[in-house]
Write a protein that binds this ligand. Structure first.
Ligand code: BG6
Length: 465
């Protein structure tokens, strides 16, 4: 029996634009996530209804209780609270999240709240080109303060944003549609920096406004293996982790970019504009924990510059290659999900060990899961033994990490129920609960407990495997 520590937070996760629907109800404003989903609505479901949590939250929270969740990680939609991002406050939005939070607490489920999960209010993208302008820092800080004020008496655990380190790589998530090709990297570097400054301000505000506040970043984690034992490949693998995750963790935890990152920004002529006072704020802000989103590992080899690709030329978005540094390869030793994510439970143990060793902060897994199509049988069942396998192996890796000495206080797989996957809509499902809809057919949105639901229920009941 693999028994977890007492009070271990068994949970599950979601995010506002992927689960809520009600995209323009009760004054909610449009977000960048809405806008992007509408662009591809002919191909897949969009955010308009999603899993319709907005209208089903009572039924859904009952299911969370039945599942046995001790914690539920979800995000607040900024544009539900402040529809245009920095204008009027929308009481109806506050009321909705109050109902959700109160119901969770009545059911002994701890709310773990993310303030910003890929869904910048669209009005801010139009007005300021989003994070490029420091006015977005001011707007985010105000929105966070409104949330601390409204919910801080009951919500004690806050994640400031979800995966800044991944979001920043994807032009559409940052609404970088109109930026000239030769300015993209400069704009990206400025947006990233401004988000770090906002993160620091909000960390400090959370600490001063919310009693017993626990606040920290949620990162998309990477663990990269070298493609060979050539020293330059080992270095390339390290640099891939550094450029995709560690530079961000260093900024959150130590308040400065590490040397290799400053060198890259200078070498490429894209060092962001800073303001007097930033350095102090960045250094002051101290996270209480790190939230780790983990799905897979990567392999990298050294990628030398050539005549057409000078240092710092970036190819692709999420798993980008960087000339002068690294190129992403496939791992022939791992199997992959239907959608290509290489499955690697040992990678989770490695990530948890690496972050704990380096940052010495308590860790919680806030995303981890298998995205696959599920088949509803004629008698209304989902036999998702593949999901059970995946989650069992990853829970086992968490157990090993705890035995290694890592202070891991919770595990919240993705996702609590089926929800909108950004690029595969409702074809790719992650949930413990099936939502009966297809991309373009809403059907009856019925909730059906999958086999994995009963399995995870048992894990929670026995506090382990
Ligand atoms: C994470 C995001 O990076 O990956 C989630 O925080 C997302 O919002 C999850 O849904 C899985 O990605 P995808 O593309 O399969 O939905």
């Amino acid at each position: 029996m693999k028994q977890f520590p007492q009070n271990f937070l068994w949970g599950a996760s979601s995010s506002a634009f992927q689960i809520e629907g009600g995209w323009d109800e009760d004054n909610k404003g449009m977000t960048v996530a809405d806008y992007n989903s509408f662009q591809r609505a002919h191909l897949q479901a969009d955010t308009k209804i999603a899993s319709d949590f907005y209208h089903h939250y009572e039924e859904d929270i009952k299911l969370f209780k039945e599942l046995g969740l001790k914690a539920y990680r979800f995000s607040i939609s900024w544009a539900r609270i402040i529809p245009d991002g920095d204008g009027e406050i929308n009481q109806a939005g506050i009321d909705f999240y109050n109902k959700v939070i109160n119901l969770l607490l009545e059911n002994d489920i701890q709310p773990l709240v993310t303030l910003y999960h890929f869904d910048l209010p669209f009005a801010l993208a139009k007005k300021y080109n989003g994070w490029q302008d420091r006015q977005c820092i001011t707007a985010f800080r105000r929105y966070a303060q409104v949330c601390f004020q409204a919910f801080g008496d009951r919500v004690k655990s806050w994640q400031i944003n979800n995966e800044q380190n991944l979001m920043i790589r994807v032009n559409e998530r940052m609404n970088m549609y109109d930026v000239k090709a030769n300015e993209i990297e400069k704009v990206r570097a400025q947006m990233d920096y401004n988000m770090f400054v906002a993160h620091a301000f909000v960390t400090n505000d959370g600490h001063s406004m919310v009693e017993n506040c626990q606040i920290g970043p949620a990162v998309s984690s990477t663990m990269t293996y070298p493609s060979s034992n050539k020293p330059e490949d080992v270095w390339a693998a390290q640099m891939n982790d550094n450029f995709k995750t560690n530079y961000a963790l260093e900024m959150y935890c130590f308040g400065d970019y590490p040397g290799y990152y400053k060198k890259y920004l200078r070498e490429c002529g894209i060092y962001p504009k800073t303001e007097p006072g930033d350095a102090e704020i960045l250094k002051q802000a101290k996270p209480d924990f790190i939230a780790v989103n983990y799905y897979r590992t990567l392999v990298a080899s050294y990628l030398p510059v050539d005549k057409t690709h000078p240092i710092g030329t970036r190819v692709n978005d999420i798993d980008f290659d960087l000339y002068g540094y690294f190129k992403i390869e496939k791992n022939p030793n791992l199997t992959a999900s239907t959608y290509g994510a290489q499955i690697d439970p040992m990678g989770l143990r490695l990530v948890l060990n690496a972050y704990y060793r380096q940052y010495r902060l308590p860790l919680i897994v806030t995303e981890n899961g298998l995205g696959t199509p599920d088949q509803l049988t004629a008698d209304d069942k989902i036999h998702d033994d593949y999901r059970i396998d995946y989650i069992r192996q990853h829970i086992s890796a968490c157990y090993d990490a705890i035995e290694d000495g890592v202070e891991l206080f919770g595990y919240c797989p993705w996702s609590v129920m089926d929800l909108l996957s950004s690029h595969q809509g409702f074809k790719k499902r992650y949930g413990f609960v099936y939502v009966n809809r297809d991309d373009h057919d809403l059907k009856d949105l019925r909730r059906i407990k999958k086999e994995s639901f009963y399995w995870y229920q048992n894990v929670i009941k026995h506090n382990g495997l």
